[in-house]
Design a protein around this ligand. Structure first.
Ligand code: PEP
Ligand code: MG
Length: 857
């Protein structure tokens, strides 16, 4: 800790600094409040005389070493009343409450009575006695419960109660009073409870506390006296609006207390206002507030006192703000020329942007938490519990919002997910089916809520605290916090307003890494465009087969034994895929679209329950027993590492041939009446160069055939999804067969850790809480392990093929910390769920701005 130099060299108490424009005061040594007060003094605002005690001084006070208290009192002069307030480095770390009216004793009370009246003087004295008793002597607050009179009578009663309980007269010496107040506040900061509380808010172990000792401006007395707060922007919306409260004959923040008869600030039909009661003071205050906004380059809340009509500024704190207010405030400061746009960009936490894109539980609302899981897809929604996709669809048909509750979801549930307002699953993690689909759709989703008991077939759910919830009961899913709530708390709507659009526009002028979206459907693509994605970085083609009319031909194709049967089934699928791709290309209007060929194990498309097996048997005209046997025979012990991805392409090449043909035909169709399309085709789960070599030859052949049939040419780009550790290590020999590599960090994380992405939710919270993992690695890229593989892959690929396009398309692509890493290793773009595109755009802009700032130094 770096103590400030004394105000005057050689002074007796060198670490007590009078706040003047040039005093050596800094936030890291004296705290934010002391520094802000100095800024206000520099602006020549009417700030009462204040001294600042450094962190070191306060620390020494806690261990019994007091500064020269009399010298400190001399700075204020005889008879001054003082208050002491905390000044921590970050205001969010808290600190002990302020103590006002220090210096009140029998003599000063009598003197003050002449100036402001006996009742008012007694009122100030009474307040100090109570505060001193409770916070310094640590007497029971109940002691003063019976006291109703705020003046002389009340004071006498309080004195009697104090003396009886403390077994001593109330201290009369201001130096003793001040010393005891400082000591109790310094000790309170060093106590275990306070330390744990602030550490929970991110404070370091050894965070220091400064204190400011300020001369009181009396809000009680003759003429118009009182106190209040004022700010020029609304904390919820950020709109320009004078907000705050003022209470005559009050001190501190009493005007803000519930039920206080405080005045409005501006004229208001609901009641009297400061503007009418004390127009001069009101005008002066607004002027001071404007000065603070312009010169401190921030929306500030002023804490003020009016003493006989004169305004005093006691403090200024940054206006508390919701995420949407933060954006509007930053944009308006920039539009008013107070800060440059790049500073507005830097002031917004990219994580907080997510709050703007979705409905949220209103801040401050009471939450009846019945369960917790992985916060897999942000936003909040309320609805009646349903336990199957069919019920979700029925509920939607009735116009009733519902929450789809499943053990885990599969392709069969996707229609139900579309119909539901949110999804809750017992199993799963950040990259499990429900999570990936939910994020893509912007559907709030909590997965892996394993501490709740799911009785899906019996249609009830047991909350963590033992409450039973049945089908039809109303719950709320908060996919931003991972909480499941009983009932329907108040919500705030998404806020994609003009301020948001302006900020995003500025961000794009700074960004130096591309941002694309993972989009599988026309709806996803439209959302991606709406959020200004620069193309599609991953279209998971298997997701195009979730609709009922698609699932059946897909299943027939999977069931086909003979090559002719498979060919026939594929011929039915081809036009569907062609139409899908044509639509995507049209929506994206010439922007790049990267299509990944089929990835999952085929049996994932097969039914698992009796009804599904019967439906399939009907469609195939086979006995249920045959179908069941076949489904069982296709099962794998470890499907995630089985016949999936490019392995399907090698063993059943007709599937990829069909997809390649559909892509090329769609390319020609879409290019005919729009911008020329250059499709990107991506092979998943590659681990060996021969896989790429074989499939490249087949896809080239399909391209040649389509060109010949249609008599028209086109270009296309072939790429590989690097999502096995071996593909990273052998990237140099894979790269020459490709035009691009895209890192699939979901599978890569799974394989690097040997950690199932579908089961990790069950134990992830234990792993994180015990510090095994700093964070869920499916959420926050593991820079040390998975990151090293990415770096190796990128470096080896670029060495072999310098012009190769590199990107990431795993879920980490939308995470600000992971984007920083991807940018640092030279990736060209990141691709993430459409709703995370704005987060990625902002985070990427901030990285570029910070780099520019560093190089400008
Ligand atoms: C990945 O593995 O990172 C990826 C994007 O693909 P998927 O999540 O579909 O396996
Ligand atoms: Mg993958």
């Amino acid at each position: 800790m770096n103590d400030a130099a004394p105000q005057k060299p050689g002074e007796a108490n060198p670490h007590v600094t009078l706040i003047t424009p040039s005093a050596p005061i800094a936030t890291p040594t004296h705290g934010g409040r002391a520094k802000c007060l100095q800024r206000l003094v520099r602006l020549d605002l009417p700030v009462p005389r204040t001294v600042a005690l450094s962190f070191g001084t306060v620390h020494r006070i806690a261990s019994g070493e007091l500064p020269d208290i009399r010298a400190m009192l001399d700075i204020f002069g005889a008879g001054a009343l003082l208050c002491v307030r905390p000044s921590s480095e970050d205001p969010d770390w808290g600190g002990p409450g302020a103590i006002l009216n220090i210096g009140m004793n029998d003599a000063s009370c009598a003197l003050l009575a002449e100036r402001i009246g006996a009742e008012a003087a007694a009122c100030l004295y009474l307040r100090f006695v109570q505060a001193y008793a409770i916070h310094v002597e640590r007497l029971d607050a109940d002691l003063f419960d019976e006291i109703e009179d705020p003046g002389e009578e009340g004071l006498a009663a309080a004195m009697a109660a104090y003396e009886e309980e403390a077994e001593a007269p109330f201290p009369q010496d201001p130096a003793h009073q001040l010393a005891q107040v400082l000591r109790s506040m310094a000790r309170a900061w060093e106590g275990t409870t306070a330390r744990l509380l602030r550490q929970a808010k991110g404070a370091p172990m050894d965070a220091g506390l400064g204190l400011v000792v300020q001369e009181m401006a009396l809000g009680i007395g003759r003429g118009e006296c009182g106190s209040g707060v004022l700010q020029l922007a609304d904390s919820d919306t950020g709109l320009r609006q004078i907000t705050g409260r003022y209470l005559s004959q009050s001190q501190g923040r009493e005007a803000l207390e519930q039920g206080s008869p405080a005045l409005f600030l501006t004229c208001d039909p609901r009641g009297p206002s400061l503007e009418e009661t004390a127009p001069e003071a009101f005008k002066a205050l607004c002027g001071f507030a404007e000065t603070m906004r312009n010169r401190l380059r921030e929306e500030m809340q002023i804490e003020f006192t009016i003493e006989n009509g004169a305004v005093h500024i006691l403090d200024g704190v940054r206006v508390r703000r919701s995420a949407r207010a933060a954006v509007r405030i930053a944009v308006r400061l920039a539009e008013d020329g107070i800060i440059p746009p790049q500073e507005a960009i830097l002031r917004i936490d990219p994580h907080a942007i997510t709050e703007l894109l979705h409905r949220q539980v209103a801040p401050g609302t009471r939450r009846d938490v019945i369960g917790r899981g992985v916060a897999a897809s942000p936003g909040a929604a309320t609805g009646k519990i349903v336990f199957s996709a069919a019920e979700a669809q029925a509920s939607a048909a009735r116009g009733e919002a519902c929450i789809l509750v499943r053990r885990e979801t599969s392709p069969e549930d996707v229609r139900g997910m579309h119909a539901a307002s949110a999804v809750l699953t017992e199993r799963g993690g950040m990259t499990s089916h429900a999570a990936v689909i939910g994020r893509g759709m912007g559907l709030p989703c909590v997965v892996g809520a394993a501490r709740m008991k799911f009785h899906v077939t019996r249609k009830f759910l047991v909350a963590e605290d033992g409450r039973t919830l049945r089908e039809g009961d109303v719950i709320t899913i908060d996919g931003s916090s991972g909480q499941v709530l009983a009932g329907a708390p108040a919500m705030v709507e998404a806020a994609l307003d003009d301020a948001f659009q302006t900020l995003m526009g500025w961000a794009d002028t700074w960004r130096d890494i591309g941002v694309r979206a993972n989009a599988d459907t026309p709806d996803d693509a439209a959302t991606a465009r709406n959020f200004a994605a620069q193309g599609i970085g991953l279209c998971r083609t298997e997701h195009m087969f979730f609709e009922a009319d698609r699932l059946t031909p897909m299943r027939e194709m999977i069931f086909a034994d003979a090559p002719e049967d498979r060919k026939a089934a594929l011929a039915r699928i081809l036009p569907m895929q062609r139409a899908d791709f044509t639509e995507l290309f049209r929506i994206m209007e010439g922007m790049p679209v990267c299509i990944r060929l089929f990835d999952p194990p085929l049996h994932e498309f097969l039914p698992t329950d009796r009804a599904g097996l019967r439906d399939l048997a009907e469609a195939l005209d086979l006995p249920v027993s045959d179908v069941t046997r076949r489904v069982e025979s296709m099962g794998e012990y470890n499907p995630m590492l089985g016949l999936r991805g490019v392995r399907l392409g090698i063993t059943v090449p007709e599937i990829y041939d069909m997809q390649a043909r559909a892509i090329f035909e769609a390319t020609l169709d879409a290019s005919r009446d729009g911008a020329p399309v250059v499709p990107e085709i991506m092979l998943p789960l590659v681990s060996a160069k021969r896989e790429v070599e074989l499939l490249r030859a087949r896809i080239d052949a399909v391209a040649a055939a389509v060109k010949a049939e249609r008599g028209r040419g086109f270009d296309y780009r072939l790429g590989v999804m690097v999502e096995t550790p071996r593909a990273c290590l052998r990237a140099d020999e894979i790269a020459p067969y490709t035009q691009f590599l895209s890192f699939g960090t979901n599978d890569l994380t799974q394989m690097t850790y040997g950690l199932s992405r579908d089961d990790a939710g069950r134990f992830m919270s234990d792993y994180v809480s015990q510090g095994v993992f700093r964070e869920d690695p499916f959420h926050l890229l593991d820079i040390e392990g998975v990151g090293e593989l990415l770096a190796i892959g990128a470096e080896r690929a670029r060495q072999a093929c310098p012009g190769l396009t590199l990107s990431i398309c795993g879920e980490h692509g939308g995470n600000p910390e992971s984007i920083a890493f991807c940018r640092a290793i030279g990736m060209d773009y990141v691709s993430c769920s459409p709703f995370r595109v704005p987060v990625a755009r902002l985070a990427a802009a901030q990285l570029a701005i910070r780099d520019r700032m560093v190089s400008a130094r």
